[in-house]
Design a protein around this ligand. Structure first.
Ligand code: HEC
Ligand code: HEC
Length: 483
């Protein structure tokens, strides 16, 4: 008996490693550094169910419980925010400017379903993302033949015939061409997007969400929420479409260059939880930039179509078939326009002149001129950044989030603190937050006079640096940085 037990104990000892790690090869159980490269083919982009902010109301948000630096408050937190009452109050303030896509009187379930199917045709799935433009023949067919279940075939053909005659085909052919060109320029081919989707799932999705909605739950006290790409708007861009370009759809303002997205991803966003990704390879970076653009184009096509349906809400009353051919055409137009707008942005980078000064003396003199411009009525920075941004005027951004004009005394700039970054910010403003663009001021500057935007850039850089502030005051004792 004793001998048997000893043998058993010996067997147990010999077996011990297996009992602990199981019967698998122990090396396979360790954490593998190989990234996940497969995405479930059944995965789908979720249809939009959160509020759409159609327009930002004029003026500052009211009924604020604490002036100064409020924690993050946004319509995007509704109804799950930590202070439901406060967010409900925001909802009331935005009131007519928002649209609830889950309200069946605004967007019928059959319309929502149709939008979702069309989006899948054009943009694929997370495992097989694509930006597939309709052929010219499909555009013609969709524009002319509006299939509607309640109408007889004869009536449909008759209206198609008259549309064929009167439709502005040359305009649409040009648009279709421009959309195709933009697609090439933006590198939106299937292989790039498939690789980008893998990178996105690994590094970005937990904050920016599977469909690019930006997870509002990742808001932190006093910090911005991850960007929702689905409005086609970005904050730290160096594209500035000229005013004389005819606005199609939602317009090209607020769209970034590919290099803007790459810079933000590589460097992160200072002062927020958006991390830097220094270890992505050049290829991974390019791929994920394409994928972000894909999500944004998909999201904006959805947004613009839903937003338009609220406007044509009356149309649904006399025409209960608005979800038929009319809806297909509406979505296709938005799709072409969104792509065209990305193309326009890509062709219009902000011209940033090189840093004009080399000596410290010149830079401090420039900062002193910048100080005066900052105070001037022409620039009016203080009307939003009161007390250098220490007592900011609260504003709404395009997503219904309350933003504070930046505190300019701490030297933390989200879009980057280099001269060229700040120059671009002043030139083009921050479109979705309503920060003014000051490019017009350049036209008012006499030839040979110092560039006022560079002067303000130098002032901003000096403002965040106690040594520079002292140097400015030594040269000009009337300068004050106190409230
Ligand atoms: C820990 C959360 C987090 C992760 C992970 C994250 N982001 Fe962000 N991201 C943010 C936040 C927060 C913002 C908004 C910052 C702001 O509004 O200033 C943001 C903003 C952005 C923007 C908008 C820039 C602009 O000009 O408006 C882009 C583009 C972006 N992120 C891309 C990515 C990509 C691509 C990845 C993955 C490689 C990623 N982010 C990973 C939190 C995150
Ligand atoms: C109409 C209001 C308004 C005016 C006028 C205005 N700003 Fe702003 N500014 C804002 C808002 C709002 C933000 C923050 C946007 C956000 O966080 O989304 C901001 C942000 C900034 C930033 C931060 C950029 C970054 O990368 O983080 C700088 C720098 C700045 N403003 C400088 C100026 C200067 C200098 C002037 C005057 C030449 C000026 N602003 C005029 C509203 C304004």
């Amino acid at each position: 008996m004793q001998l048997f037990c000893l043998r058993l104990r010996g067997l147990m000892l010999a077996l011990a490693p297996w009992l602990v790690v199981g019967c698998d090869n122990p090396t396979a159980a360790t954490d593998s550094p190989t990234p996940e490269t497969t995405i479930l083919p059944t995965a789908r982009y979720a249809p939009r169910r959160d509020f759409l902010v159609i327009a930002i109301p004029e003026g500052a948000p009211t009924h604020w419980h604490a002036p100064g630096y409020p924690p993050t408050r946004s319509l995007r937190l509704y109804p799950h925010g930590p202070d439901a009452d406060l967010v409900a109050e925001l909802r009331k303030q935005l009131n007519k400017n928002i649209f609830d896509p889950t309200d069946p009187t605004l967007l019928q379930p059959v319309q929502a379903d149709r939008i979702n199917r069309l989006l899948e045709v054009y943009f694929g799935t997370p495992a097989a993302p694509r930006v597939s433009l309709p052929s010219w023949e499909t555009v013609v067919a969709t524009a002319t033949v509006r299939l509607e279940s309640k109408k007889s075939l004869g009536a449909i053909l008759k209206s198609a015939q008259s549309r064929l005659r009167s439709f502005p085909w040359d305009v649409w052919y040009t648009d279709w061409h421009a959309a195709t060109a933009a697609q090439d320029q933006l590198r939106l081919d299937d292989a790039t997007l498939a690789r980008g989707s893998v990178v996105y799932r690994r590094w970005c999705m937990q904050c920016h969400g599977p469909s690019g909605a930006g997870e509002p739950a990742h808001a932190v006290v006093n910090g911005p929420m991850p960007r929702d790409y689905r409005q086609g708007l970005f904050k730290y861009t160096r594209a500035f479409p000229p005013a004389n370009v005819k606005k199609k759809g939602q317009g090209a303002a607020g769209k970034p260059l590919r290099t803007d997205l790459a810079r933000v991803i590589r460097n992160g966003i200072n002062g927020t939880i958006m991390p830097a990704f220094p270890t992505l390879t050049a290829q991974e970076l390019e791929d994920v930039v394409s994928y972000v653009i894909h999500l944004s184009i998909r999201g904006e096509t959805e947004f613009a179509t839903m937003a338009k349906i609220t406007n044509v809400g009356k149309l649904t009353e006399d025409d209960p078939d608005f979800f038929g051919g009319e809806l297909d055409w509406l979505l296709m137009q938005n799709y072409l326009w969104v792509l065209i707008n990305w193309g326009i942005a890509a062709q219009n980078p902000i011209p940033i002149p090189p840093e004009p000064f080399t000596t410290e003396d010149e830079r401090i003199d420039s900062a002193i001129r910048g100080f005066r411009l900052y105070q001037s009525a022409e620039f009016g920075c203080a009307s939003c950044h009161a007390d250098y941004g220490r007592a900011p005027q609260l504003k709404w951004d395009a997503w219904g989030t309350i933003v504070q004009p930046r505190n300019l005394t701490v030297g933390v700039y989200r879009g980057g603190g280099r001269g060229e970054d700040l120059y671009a910010r002043l030139y083009g403003g921050i479109v979705p937050s309503g920060m003014t663009a000051f490019h017009e001021q350049l036209k008012k500057t006499a030839a040979g006079a110092p560039d006022p935007l560079w002067d303000i850039v130098h002032f901003l850089q000096a403002l965040g640096d106690p040594g520079d502030r002292r140097r400015m005051q030594e040269k000009d004792p009337t300068i004050r940085f106190d409230p």
